[in-house]
Write a protein that binds this ligand. Structure first.
Ligand code: RIB
Ligand code: CA
Length: 324
């Protein structure tokens, strides 16, 4: 199986770190670059955390681009109450020796997407954060955006929310960005999939899994154990989701995730619904003459079900070093 060229856009964060480990270490993935955006934590912490994870994974070859410090319109609101004061489980990791790429995230994305397209290997872009960088990328480098092979984003939810009663954190943090990205995918014909909250919480890692990781004693297994055990303690439950890592796993185990191609809009104006991903699950094979809104232009492969244990096991085998 040829290695899949991918780029991650992250707000590292505990589960972004889990996703970075899978992306950096699985032999069937070719991680070409990572772009950083403010979200779970302020941008500077996100960059430092991202470099720490790549250094631990021995992937200092992967360029890291510094992107947007805050959303397009919304004031920045972080999630350090979930991810720790440093944004990544407060593990006391050393300052990374790696440094970011000198290019901005937008120029790095442009170069990586263009190079991959020119080589006949269009890159899969995996946003795991507020999509501010990708929205700016669509506006500043539209021709390059059009050459993205596929976009698989963690965000939104058809039936489930977390940041508010209506919205998921990444989309709620920058609703305009999410709307711009879905519009750009529709405009440029970029296939887009949504790994939303409907599946996000299903791939779980247990306390016993964590003890097994600690027993290995490798830097990667120790980091993975620290990330998961932080969430066990934070949420006082026996199983912690690998979160964003599930969106990366979806690339490797497509048959483990049930998707349906559905119209999706982002609510931008509702007092209580701003940031909601409005997933149209109606049977619209009939006429819609009386629907003033009509079908959303964005047709998105929405993940509606997942084999959580199988996805969690893929992540565990990868961070244990058992794959490849
Ligand atoms: O709602 C979950 C998303 O918000 C994940 O990407 C997590 O890292 C946070 O950014
Ligand atoms: Ca994230």
């Amino acid at each position: 199986m040829p290695r899949l060229p991918i780029v991650l856009d992250v707000d590292t964060g505990v589960d972004d770190a889990c996703a970075l480990l899978l992306a950096a270490l699985h032999p069937d993935l070719d991680l070409r670059a990572v772009s950083c955006v403010g979200g779970n934590a302020p941008l500077d912490d996100v960059v430092r955390n991202t470099l720490r994870v790549l250094e631990t994974a021995g992937r200092g070859d992967v360029p890291v681009g510094v992107g947007a410090r805050r959303p397009l319109l919304e004031d920045p609101v972080d999630a350090r109450h979930v991810h720790g004061s440093d944004g990544m489980a407060d593990l006391g990791m050393p300052v990374p020796t790696l440094t970011p790429d000198p290019r901005s995230a937008l120029d790095l994305l442009r170069d990586v997407v263009e190079d991959a397209a020119a080589a006949g290997e269009p890159v899969t872009v995996v946003p795991l954060a507020p999509m501010t960088n990708l929205a700016l990328f669509a506006r500043v480098h539209p021709d390059a955006f059009a050459r993205i092979g596929r976009l698989v984003f963690m965000g939104g939810g058809a039936q489930i929310s977390n940041a508010t009663a209506a919205a998921e954190f990444n989309v709620f943090h920058d609703p305009e960005a999410a709307a711009i990205v879905l519009d750009a995918c529709a405009t440029h014909g970029v296939e887009v999939a949504m790994y939303g909250l409907d599946v996000f919480y299903d791939p779980l890692v247990t306390d016993a899994d964590v003890e097994g990781l600690r027993a290995l004693g490798t830097p990667v297994a120790d980091l993975a154990a620290g990330l998961i055990s932080y969430h066990h303690r934070r949420f006082a439950n026996a199983g912690a989701t690998i979160g964003d890592a599930g969106a990366v796993a979806m690339l490797l185990l497509p048959d483990a995730v049930t998707t349906e191609r559905l119209p999706v809009r982002v609510e931008l104006t509702g007092s209580w619904t701003r940031g909601r991903t409005v997933v149209d699950t109606r049977d619209w094979s009939g006429h819609l003459d009386h629907d003033p809104h009509g079908l959303a232009p964005a047709q998105v492969h929405v993940a509606l079900a997942i084999d959580g244990p199988r996805v969690a096991e893929l992540w565990l085998r990868t961070v244990r070093g058992e794959v490849g």
